[in-house]
Ligand binder design. Sequence first.
Ligand code: SF4
Ligand code: SF4
Length: 338
Amino acid sequence: MRKTKFLKLKVREASFITRALMSSRHPVLAHLIPMRRCNLACGYCNEYDHTSKPVDLEIVKARLDKLADLGTSIVTISGGEPMMHPELDQIIHHIRTRGMIAGLISNGYYFTPERIKRLNKAGLEYLQISIDNVEPDEVSRKSLRVLDKKLRYLSEYADFHVNINSVIGGGIKNPDDALTVAKRATELGFSTTVGVIHDSDGTLKPLSVKEKDIFQQVKKLGNKDHARLNWFQDSIAEGKPYNWRCRAGARYLYICEEGLVHWCSQQRGYPGIPLDEYTMEDFDREYNTEKWCAPTCTLQCVHQVGILDNWRDPQKSPEQVAVEIAKKKEVAGMLQPD
Ligand code: SF4
Ligand code: SF4
């Protein structure tokens, strides 16, 4: 990434963070799925199919417009494999046109010099690729050996920030691979992070002694800011619950291919309201609602968004929130002129 572009991005990020600290009434990050289909079938994944069609460009644009109208700061396109969407460049371009930061999560398989140059032109700002192992196995083919050539292309041509995420847990056979992946990412000039992954049923298993050791080594090698923001991972690695306030459904939104708002990829169905009908009343309800799944949650980006508001606005149980909303409606009804 060119230095001038990097500095501009940092300035934009700083202004978004300041805005997020000043006001808690807009989404900070949205993950948008324009394509559920994936070319791979990782053993731990519950977020793909092999049959669905890409969402029509005009529908995706309308969803992006709604996110911009809600005041969203960052939109990350995810999947499935979003690089399979034939109009991904226009989607990225539309995010930028609406003044939001444009990110992409991909498995890396489709990067060629020509494709990378098109993404530069579209205005992509962040790319994250997760690499699970060095050699492909029956759990994952997101492997360094397969993807190394793609990483070299990215190192040479990408004018956007590239982060390589390695993973530990969730049935990944060889924990040493995370260290090999992180070292290669650093060599190529990328930032690197490490995530503890959940099983395909969404449950968390504590890391083994060896996994914990590798986890700490990779963290030291990686992005220092990121490591500072991810202290929850130390509890999760020990198999201990972590106490925090998840603001999913408000400060973080997950928009599926059908255009419904969900808490996150692992809690689809809640609240399950169409984005075009999503109101600030929905936002406030979810912002204030305690999430039952928070103590063992491993979703790094939602944790990071949560830090912005952890110091304010304690959450309530869904029952307490429902009672308060009912009371507010009753009072509003009484105050309406006959
Ligand atoms: S590449 Fe990503 S979306 Fe596709 S199966 Fe693997 S983890 Fe799931
Ligand atoms: S706590 Fe984690 S799993 Fe639960 S809704 Fe929030 S992000 Fe999703």
